[in-house]
Design a binder for this molecule. Structure first.
Ligand SMILES: Cc1ncc(COP(=O)(O)O)c(C=O)c1O
Length: 395
């Protein structure tokens, strides 16, 4: 009956993160003690003050359908947040709340892309970008970077990648998976190219905004000459440890927000009512309330970088944000390790899972075949033990 499935689903890649998770589960079921450094979610509980707001919302009978684009009170909290943290001014008709930033991305692709429209994806990019673009019949165009240039694209590379079919550019800063953060000056240099191409829409995914170890977060929409064509995507999954609550949002030009609202209204309608009430409280709180998680990630970053530096063959940048390290491991290509032939990052990631019992994600999933991703959303003990095992497996 497989033949009855649509081309749309048959052409969609299975998430490589999920493939690794399935293999991890299988090994765990065999009794193997796998250390998971593959997941893209904080290992903290949602803070109590947010949970309390959700409980209150249930008690207060928030149980009905919500406005498709979100409660007005939540949109106002988002508007205040954008102003406070990003110096960005949006009004209510420019905000759409969705079921996770992932839905915000899908809305954007579905309302903007026509078949054949190209979307520039600086590599490495978050796994779902390319598949969401393809789902909307767009064409993902990879713009490669390397560990040597800190995984950042240059203005010249951007210019060279643009064709008459380029409709959008999508990137995340801080970046999943590389941890790189574009400075305001670097974004300005990219904007200076984009001013020559006024029809290109920019999707700036800022979901890791608060997990930034190098200072000020910069947004593309802060530039007046870009503001009218930037979709700023954000959400509470990462900084507030709320991955399962599923709330993301955009600030965008009104015509795009209106289209996303229309699209969402026919697919899922408004996001979960209880989660929306809780997120009002989360966003209204001072950012200092979540700083303890950022500080912990910073300590772990130091630990994992120092341990990786001790192992030959791992070429690492110091990530500036998010909670990932993305070492280049091409040193191992062409080698045979404990009977495993390593020809690419997927082989190496699988080798680490089977021989070191450590789960990572292959860089192939992110458009960068020389690297693997470690998530350090894990305890210091787990990180230390994982890197000890890896060192022993590769030496
Ligand atoms: C860069 C990036 N954007 C968006 C998302 C999706 O976030 P959400 O949980 O809000 O759907 C993720 C989650 O891993 C991410 O890493």
């Amino acid at each position: 009956m497989q033949k009855h499935l649509s081309d749309r689903i048959n052409n969609l890649a299975t998430s490589q993160t999920l493939a690794m998770a399935a293999k991890t589960r299988e090994l765990r079921e065999e009794g193997k003690d796998i250390i998971g450094l593959s997941l893209g979610e904080p290992d903290f509980n949602t803070p109590d003050f947010i949970k309390d707001a959700a409980i209150q919302a249930i008690t207060d009978n928030y149980n009905s359908y919500t406005p498709v684009d979100g409660y007005v009170e939540l949109k106002d909290a988002i508007i205040t947040k954008f102003k406070r943290d990003n110096a960005l001014t949006y009004n209510r008709s420019q905000i759409v709340v969705s079921t996770g930033a992932k839905q915000s991305l899908a809305n954007a692709a579905l309302v903007l892309l026509n078949p054949g429209d190209e979307v520039l994806l600086p590599c490495p990019y978050w796994v779902s970008y390319a598949e969401i673009v393809k789902l909307a019949e767009g064409v993902p165009v990879e713009v490669p970077t390397t560990v040597e240039n800190n995984f950042k694209i240059t203005p010249q590379q951007l210019r060279d990648s643009i064709t008459p079919k380029t409709k959008m550019i999508w990137y995340s800063s801080p970046c999943n998976p590389s941890g790189m953060v574009y400075s305001k000056a670097e974004l300005r240099a990219l904007a200076d190219v984009l001013v020559d191409y006024p029809d290109i829409i920019i999707l700036s995914d800022e979901i890791y905004e608060h997990i930034n170890f190098v200072g000020e977060h910069a947004s593309m929409a802060q530039f007046e000459d870009m503001y009218d064509r930037v979709i700023t995507v954000n959400g509470v999954s990462k900084a507030f440890a709320m991955t399962g609550w599923r709330i993301g949002y955009i600030g965008a030009p009104e015509w795009i927000a209106r289209a996303c609202n229309k699209m969402q209204g026919q697919i899922t309608s408004g996001a979960n009512c209880i989660a929306q009430r809780a997120v009002i409280t989360a966003l209204e709180a001072p950012v200092s309330k979540i700083q303890y998680m950022v500080d912990t990630f910073k300590e772990r970053r130091k630990l994992i970088i120092s341990l990786l530096d001790e192992i030959e063959g791992f070429k690492t940048t110091e990530p500036e944000g998010a909670f990932y390290v993305f070492p280049d491991i091409s040193f191992f290509f062409g080698k045979n390790l404990k009977g495993h032939q390593i020809d690419n990052a997927t082989d190496f990631s699988m080798f680490l899972l089977e021989e070191a019992l450590v789960a990572t994600v292959t860089g192939d999933a992110f458009g960068n075949p020389n690297c693997i991703r470690f998530s350090y959303a894990a305890s210091e003990d787990q990180i230390t033990e994982a890197l000890k095992r890896i060192k022993s497996a590769v030496s």
